[in-house]
Write a protein that binds this ligand. Structure first.
Ligand code: SAM
Length: 297
């Protein structure tokens, strides 16, 4: 948030690509910590029916607040907001995807980010603050040209820009999750700087559910020790499914093993509960990252 110590007025907020509304949660936290007085969600925009339902339950708002697909919204329909936030789709930018990019009008899902710029041009009173969020890979050479054009458009519309890649683990959350933030401030109205890293005292284990259905555990019914430190175990009746675990690395936290049958490097990694969680990618859902948990004694 801008560096004024306390925001006195109720901030009118609109979000795009709203998902389940993590920015709204963050605003709620700022309110509870008395960094802002209050905020009012004027609208959100989401197309996924499950996300919409979750959003309404999590934030206790009516589905009528959902403006639907950003492509169908006209600037004239939007109520005035001080702040817009949009974490636009990352599939075509993420290194876990095909990297088709987000060139304007290219019809990739990630190019939907430009729709927010179209709407800034269309509304009669522009939002004072706009926050864009995406994967860290957006600052890679592959997307520099498009990102520069995106930023140029915002500057031409009167915004001063601040950008940085932040990692969740530097801000108290035990997950390695690097995300790009672009903060646009109209007419240079406020000074802004990104928050200094505060580190993280927590580990993956602190966030794991205590009661978990047996089906989510890897079976250890058949395992064999390769050497003192490495344990290799196979899934029952599946000779091809082999996990190899390094107990020393488990104790240190971080990546401590490999799922040898997994095709994707990212999801083949096995993590220690004593370290930080990985970023879960869309293709992780089919073949999830695994975590090693010490059995209660
Ligand atoms: C990267 S996620 C954003 C997650 C969100 N920041 C949150 O806190 O949950 C992108 C979201 O954009 C939504 N989306 C995709 N196309 C859209 C469209 N045309 N209009 C509005 N939302 C869209 C997706 O359903 C997805 O929930």
């Amino acid at each position: 948030m801008p560096n004024n110590k306390y925001c006195e007025s109720t901030i009118k907020v609109g979000t795009f690509f709203s998902g389940i509304g993590s920015p709204e949660k963050a605003l709620q936290k700022l309110k509870e910590e008395r960094i802002i007085k209050d905020f009012k969600l004027e609208f959100f925009s989401e197309i996924d029916k499950d996300a919409i339902k979750s959003f309404c339950v999590v934030h206790n708002v009516d589905e009528k607040l959902n403006m639907g697909s950003i492509t169908d919204i006209k600037g004239s329909e939007l109520p005035y907001c001080d702040l817009w936030i949009g974490g636009f789709p990352c599939q075509d930018i993420s290194c876990a995807g095909k990297m088709k990019g987000f060139t304007s009008n290219s019809s990739t899902r990630s190019s939907l980010g430009w729709e927010m710029i179209r709407l800034i041009k269309e509304v009669s009173v522009k939002p004072k603050f706009v926050i864009f969020e995406n994967v860290a890979n957006i600052v890679s050479k592959a997307f520099k040209e498009t990102l520069d054009l995106f930023k140029n458009d915002l500057e031409e519309l009167g915004y001063t820009l601040y950008e940085q890649v932040l990692n969740a683990v530097d801000y108290g959350i035990p997950q390695t999750r690097r995300r790009y933030f672009l903060v646009a401030i109209l007419n240079n109205e406020k000074d802004f700087s990104f928050p200094e890293p505060v580190g993280c005292d927590l580990v993956f284990k602190d966030f794991l559910d205590k009661e978990v259905d047996e089906k989510y555990y890897l079976t250890t019914n058949e395992y064999k020790i390769i050497d003192c430190n490495k344990i290799q175990f196979k899934k029952k009746n599946r000779e091809d499914v082999i996990y190899e675990i390094d107990l020393d690395k488990y104790k240190q936290g971080g990546v401590c093993g490999i799922d040898k049958h997994c095709k994707f490097a990212i999801s083949s990694r096995v993590f220690s509960e004593l370290g930080y969680a990985p970023t879960l990618t869309a293709n992780n859902t089919a073949d999830n990252s695994k975590v090693i948990i010490k059995e209660e004694e």
